[in-house]
Design a protein around this ligand. Structure first.
Ligand code: XMP
Length: 344
């Protein structure tokens, strides 16, 4: 998370902002010169990087750009609606939402190996995306020449020797070719966020916590089902609501987003076990939710967040009371290393 002081803009801030505005103008001109009147498509994931590319290219290309949002059903609660709302009202682009939820569920049915999940999700994304590109070419009567991507500098570095596969660097299938537009590929994450703010993206999106490309699929341990996804989304929404409020309180007190105690990444995990509980005098046999909350700067190492006990107590009682099928809440107190941030 970035350090953002709440003070007014200084002369230096203004100079930096002017330099960034000039850099946006140069990028817009360069893209216009490269693309001319050709059609461009972009896969919008709802994350910071692809959203910033969409906002940037909307300036350069307007409706010549088609943003394709593949709704795989693995985003967090309400996120697909938020993406749709943002890019259909605030930005002047051609926006297509592909409902692929059922396709993903059937492709992932019975799959328990995390890397197999990642590989299925990545390759299905491109299959759905390329099918949509063909439909766009039919609808508009023009071939799609360019593919814009939200690749940033650390993606390129991480892909050499990565522990987990990276979705941005998937080769095209045979017979498919696009020229690439990657306007963020020399930028670090904090620079991408600064650009997002200047382009008018909401702070909730620009400063959102990291979220894995394979989404909730790697937070459901074992096989994925529609019911488990609903359970996890509901529990995760409570974790986000409570820890968002906790982080906002710290931000108000310190004026700094990444104060010592603030939480960098936080979410719910649904493990593949059941345990006994008791509710209204009756025995229950249901699933637990695991809360993961870490402090980190770059995800390379992380410390489990020392959340206040009253916050943990509120999380536990809300999740058990509000989420059907959950009778127990556990808190993960493992740092990275030896744990990873995600469970899969
Ligand atoms: P780990 O679990 O390796 O995660 O400690 C480090 C950071 O990377 C995110 N992560 C992913 N991001 N695709 C992504 O785009 C993935 O498959 C993936 N796996 C983990 C994780 O959320 C954390 O911020």
């Amino acid at each position: 998370m970035e350090t953002i002081k709440d003070s007014g803009a200084s002369g230096l801030d203004l100079a930096i902002e002017e330099a960034a505005e000039a850099s946006i103008a140069r990028t817009v001109q360069a893209v216009q010169a490269q693309v001319n009147d050709q059609r461009v498509i972009l896969g919008l994931s709802g994350g910071v990087d692809s959203s910033v590319v969409a906002a940037l290219l909307s300036k350069a290309l307007g409706k010549q750009l088609t943003c394709v949002f593949v709704d795989h059903g693995l985003l967090r609660k309400d996120e697909p609606e938020e993406v749709q709302q943002l890019f259909t009202t605030q930005f002047d682009v051609d926006f297509v939402c592909v409902d692929a939820k059922e396709r993903y569920l059937s492709a992932l049915a019975g799959i328990t190996d995390p890397e197999q999940k990642r590989s299925i999700i990545g390759s299905l994304f491109w299959r759905v995306f390329f099918e949509e590109a063909a439909l766009i070419a039919q609808r508009t009567g023009e071939p799609v020449k360019y593919l814009a991507q939200g690749t940033i500098y650390p993606d390129i570095v991480e892909s050499n020797g990565a522990v987990k596969s990276h979705h941005n660097l998937v080769p095209f299938p045979e017979g498919v070719h696009f020229d690439l537009i990657e306007p963020l590929k020399r930028l670090y994450k904090h620079e991408v966020r600064e650009l997002g703010v200047l382009l008018g993206l909401p702070a909730s999106l620009v400063y959102r916590q990291p979220f894995p490309g394979p989404g909730l699929a790697v937070r459901i341990i074992g096989a994925i089902t529609a019911e488990k996804l609903v359970t996890l989304k509901n529990a995760d929404a409570i974790v986000r609501e409570e820890i968002d409020a906790y982080n906002a309180l710290l931000f108000d007190q310190t004026g700094v987003r990444d104060s010592e105690q603030s939480v960098w990444q936080y979410f719910a995990v649904l493990p593949d076990i059941m345990s006994v509980g008791v509710s209204n005098g009756c025995r229950t046999y249901e699933r637990p939710i695991i809360i993961r909350a870490v402090e980190s700067k770059d995800a390379m190492s992380a410390k489990w967040a020392r959340l206040p006990h009253d916050l943990l107590a509120r999380l536990s009682s809300r999740i058990v009371a509000e989420v059907a099928g959950i009778n127990r809440v556990a808190y993960d107190i493992t740092s990275k290393p030896p744990g990873t941030i995600e469970w899969e």
